[in-house]
Design a protein around this ligand. Structure first.
Ligand code: ADP
Length: 467
């Protein structure tokens, strides 16, 4: 599907124009939904093993094109090429996982209380799915939604973020090459997310919205979906605490912080956003941390050695800068970095002496800045960790096994990393609680987001008792 109008895709590294893509509006969105609806009839009736084979092929093609997809991703998003390759592999792992899940969408036979009746629960695809995705994982966020949707028998209309439409289009090309039928996988590139979003959330032919993005936009979309009572999955903002207890393996904990905080230049929804270090190890830990952070390699994502790329756009730089300046004005101590560097780069930063009055302790930072606070006791730090409207991911390091269980159970988050800063995997359920949203992506639970349960009650009349 095309459009007469186009918009520029910008490389955040040097702000050069990579190419132009179609700037689609409401009308094209409606057409895409119509196509998805038409394709749904045959796709949903295609035997699950055939859908699985097509998905498997799709996943293989993604892996065969890993380097090109990664280069494209780095050019439009800025992340280091090593991370981009990781993202492509991670995205493909969802396609592979759900290709395997497709033939295993079992229903149930339910023992009834009436001897003449037989009760069944069938799982059926919900229909046309709208997927609205962010720019921080331009490939994997789409793969995580499309894989379970297509496996279940749904068709999709994807609206990628305006900063990163190319990875979405590349996936559409590979889906077609894999033999996934026309109309099953549709992409709407646009600079007007508001009107395209409005169409996707109000069109009665769309049965479900899966959204990853900010809590603010998630709430708007949820409200818009109310008119047609769509099924929803919302993966929204986070404010992840990262706790280091005094019995932790300190070098491992520092590695965990680096992986969780500085990956993707701090632009993931599960990035450590607040670091709490127990008082008696605070000094040693901070020394180790600042030393490691100072070794990060800032530069072009296409350079194999780079570990920190640019932020996505000028707005992102000014948001991070504002949060740091506010914290400094309220007494935060800058231990490393603390300012924009050049173009869209922000210096890898570590800050101490953080308190709750600073906006940085409540906001999702989305930049390479780690605010740190010390704490005395377990209960105190759990209360602080839970003191947020968000509930996506939390992390802690420590060795005491009883405390590990106590803390893992007490943290009000959908995902908890214990002695690790990296938690994502296709086989694991990813998702939040509180205002971080609901619904799970990945794992055996992931496909449930894309099916309805139909209860069938069959009355056999007197024929059973006649036997
Ligand atoms: P982020 O802060 O990560 O950019 P957003 O929630 O603003 O998060 O964006 C995530 C996705 O939501 C993007 O694809 C963006 O285009 C889209 N989006 C933003 N506003 C709206 C809206 N009003 N309706 C539909 N989609 C929107």
């Amino acid at each position: 599907m095309g459009s007469k109008n186009t918009f520029d895709v910008i490389n955040p590294y040097d702000q050069s124009v990579i190419t132009q893509v179609p700037d689609m509006k409401m009308e094209e969105t409606r057409l895409a939904v119509d196509q998805a609806e038409q394709a749904f009839t045959s796709w949903s009736q295609t035997p699950a093993r055939e859908r699985a084979a097509l998905l498997k092929k799709f996943g293989e093609l993604i892996l065969q094109n890993q380097q090109d997809l990664a280069t494209l991703l780095t050019c439009e998003q800025g992340k280091p090429i090593t991370e981009a390759r990781g993202e492509i592999k991670y995205g493909a792992s969802f396609i592979e996982w759900f290709a395997e899940e497709a033939p295993r969408v079992y229903g149930d036979i339910i023992p009834g209380s009436n001897k003449n009746q037989r009760l069944f629960a069938l799982k059926q695809p919900v229909g046309v799915v709208a997927a609205i995705t962010p720019w921080n994982f331009p490939n994997a966020m789409i793969a995580r939604k499309v894989a379970p949707a297509l496996a279940a028998g749904c068709t999709v209309v994807i609206k990628p973020a305006e900063d990163t439409p190319l990875s979405a289009l590349a996936l559409a090309v590979l889906a077609e090459e894999a033999g996934i039928p026309k109309g099953v996988f549709n992409v709407i590139t646009t600079t007007d997310p508001v009107s395209v979003g409005k169409e996707l959330t109000t069109n009665p032919k769309v049965s479900k919205l899966s959204f990853t993005g900010s809590t603010e936009v998630g709430k708007v979309l949820m409200e818009q979906c109310a008119g047609t009572v769509k099924k929803l999955s919302l993966e929204l903002g986070g404010n992840a605490p990262f706790i280091v207890f005094d019995d932790a393996d300190l070098p491992a904990a520092v590695e965990g912080v680096i992986a969780s905080k500085y990956r993707n230049s701090g632009q993931t929804c599960i990035c450590a956003n607040r670091l709490y270090v127990q008082e008696d190890i605070y000094k040693d830990f901070m020394e180790l941390l600042t030393q490691k952070v100072s070794q990060l390699e800032v530069g072009s994502g296409l350079n194999e050695k780079t570990t920190i790329g640019p932020l996505i756009n000028a707005e992102a730089i000014s948001k991070v800068n504002h949060l740091v300046e506010d914290a400094v004005a309220k007494g935060a101590e800058v231990m490393l970095g603390g300012a924009p560097s050049h173009d869209l780069f922000y210096q890898p930063t570590v800050m101490g002496n953080i308190n709750r009055d600073m906006a940085i302790s409540q906001a999702e930072i989305f930049g390479p800045v780690m605010p740190v606070t010390s704490f005395r006791q377990e209960q105190e730090v759990i209360a602080k960790a839970n003191d947020t409207i968000y509930g996506l991911a939390a992390y802690f390091y420590g060795r005491d096994y009883a405390r590990i269980w106590r803390v893992a159970e007490a943290l009000e988050f959908g995902i908890v990393g214990v002695n690790t800063g990296l938690v994502s995997a296709a086989e694991a359920p990813f998702g939040g609680v509180k205002q971080s949203g609901f619904g799970r992506e990945g794992s055996k639970y992931g496909i449930d987001e894309y099916v309805n349960i139909k209860y069938v009650c069959m009355d056999l009349g007197s024929q059973v008792s006649d036997l």
